[in-house]
Design a protein around this ligand. Structure first.
Ligand code: PHE
Length: 448
């Protein structure tokens, strides 16, 4: 629809299935397949998994429903959405914060996604270069970064139904299928049982405040919450759609893929006698070793990195879409122009991140949280800004807009919501803001 729509006419999802796939595509990404396993590994395995599931259920789902409702009610991008509900208030700043956070996450996320495409070929041809020398080589990392950004632009340029939805429908089922095949390979390796124990048998003696904070941050990042991505995707939902069940489906698929990624990585890791707390390099450093040790491993490995690239693409699409929707709705830009300009800004912002992975030494060793420029961007935008955003969105939804008004929007398409509205209200009014405030307090205390 949007592909041949007038410049500022809004697109709409072709079907509810298309929406769920596209929104799940946004949620499912490097966050699930790269970040979730390494954070789980660093935080002791099964106990972290349980905390993570609780965070998704008690914080993620309510904030997800809040974002989708704000989006569908206003039929606007995050900036326009707050301006529609509370015209002339400072709340529009929350929308601008989301647009900014989206572009900044896009800038470094695309760097990591570029590595992933590079590793498809690297694994396939059995190239033995280390992860460090690969990322330090600007002749590889910059073109890959550029290529991934252009790929994202080409999809988003197509608009809502013809671009994002069509691609999500093709890409998401391939992703699931590839994961299942690789998991079967991983759990049939000799010695895989120890990995399953680590992943499913909780040891709560290892849980500390830090574990809870890690689970919370991971939940927001993984569900694409706190920057208006779900406000934007919700704005293309039809009034007939059930916001609550749609949001629950998205959270379910996102969590399913994260749990599956763990099921792929931990059995294989333990089968190889490797360390689960390897850190951010886990996927790129350790997995190629595992692939190299199994017959036909280069093909299996290439399949894995293809899967990672697909997952990353459906996420970069949504990161780019937020700022694009803002320029199309508010500034009446043509979609094509908006997409290319935002991507250009993302490329400029991402350049220090590409160079910070070994190519330029001062960018690679910064006296800041995260250690290097890319790590710092991830810390600042994924950890802090998303939490700030989710806090402000839940406060806005529950205290400013108020449930009475918002519920009317949710009830359209879901009359049964009446039964849960009290629980939902309590979670968004008190529980979410309080927990996030505590998270931010500890985050700053740990750094300062
Ligand atoms: N949820 C995505 C992932 O897990 C990342 C993302 C964050 C995308 C915020 C959009 C908005 O990889």
């Amino acid at each position: 629809m949007a592909g041949n729509a007038k410049p500022h006419e809004r697109g709409e999802w072709g079907s509810r299935f298309g929406f769920v796939l596209a929104a799940a595509g946004s949620a499912i990404g490097l966050g699930n397949i790269w970040r979730f396993p390494y954070v789980t590994g660093q935080n002791g395995g099964a106990a972290f998994l349980i905390l993570y599931l609780l965070c998704v259920l008690l914080l993620g789902v309510p904030v997800m429903v809040a974002e989708l409702t704000i989006g569908r009610y206003s039929r606007r991008n995050p900036v326009g959405a707050f301006a529609t509900i509370r015209p002339g208030s400072y709340w529009t700043l929350v929308g601008y914060l989301g647009v900014l956070t989206g572009v900044c996450i896009l800038s470094y996320y695309t760097v990591m996604a570029g590595y992933s495409i590079g590793y498809i070929v690297k694994t396939l041809i059995n190239n033995q270069t280390s992860f460090e020398s690969f990322t330090a080589n600007t002749w590889l990392s910059i073109p890959l970064f550029l290529a991934f950004m252009v790929l994202t632009v080409l999809v988003v340029q197509g608009g809502i139904k013809d671009g994002i939805e069509r691609w999500a429908k093709i890409l998401m089922p391939i992703l699931l299928l590839l994961l299942v095949v690789l998991i079967i390979r991983s759990i049939t390796l000799p010695g895989a049982g120890k990995g399953l124990t680590f992943y499913f048998k909780p040891d709560f003696s290892k849980v500390t405040g830090k574990t809870i904070l890690a689970a919370l941050g991971q939940a927001f990042f993984s569900l694409s919450l706190g920057m208006g991505a779900m406000i934007t995707y919700g704005s293309y939902l039809s009034k007939r759609d059930n916001i609550v069940t749609s949001g629950c489906y998205v959270a379910f698929f996102d969590t399913l893929i994260a749990v599956m990624a763990g099921l792929l990585i931990f059995p294989a890791l333990f089968a190889m006698g490797l360390d689960p707390s390897e850190g951010p390099g886990l996927v790129f450093k350790v997995l190629p070793k595992i692939f190299a040790s199994i017959p036909g491993g280069n093909v299996v490995g290439a399949g894995f990195f293809l899967l990672l690239s697909i997952a990353a693409l459906t996420s970069t699409i949504s990161l780019l879409e937020v700022a694009t929707a803002f320029l199309v709705d508010e500034k009446h830009w043509l979609r094509r122009r908006a997409v290319w300009i935002v991507a250009l800004v993302g490329l400029c912002l991402g350049l220090p991140s590409v160079l910070s992975q070994g190519a330029v030494s001062w960018l690679s060793n910064l006296p800041l949280p995260g250690g290097d420029f890319l790590g710092f961007m991830d810390w600042l935008f994924a950890n802090i800004m998303l939490a700030v955003g989710a806090f402000l969105i839940s406060v806005f939804f529950a205290w400013i807009w108020r449930l009475n008004a918002a519920a009317a929007e949710i009830l359209e398409g879901y009359p049964g919501f009446q039964r849960f509205s009290v629980v939902f209200d309590i979670l968004l009014k008190f529980f979410c803001p309080a927990v996030i405030l505590v998270l931010l307090f500890f985050l700053f205390k740990g750094v300062l």
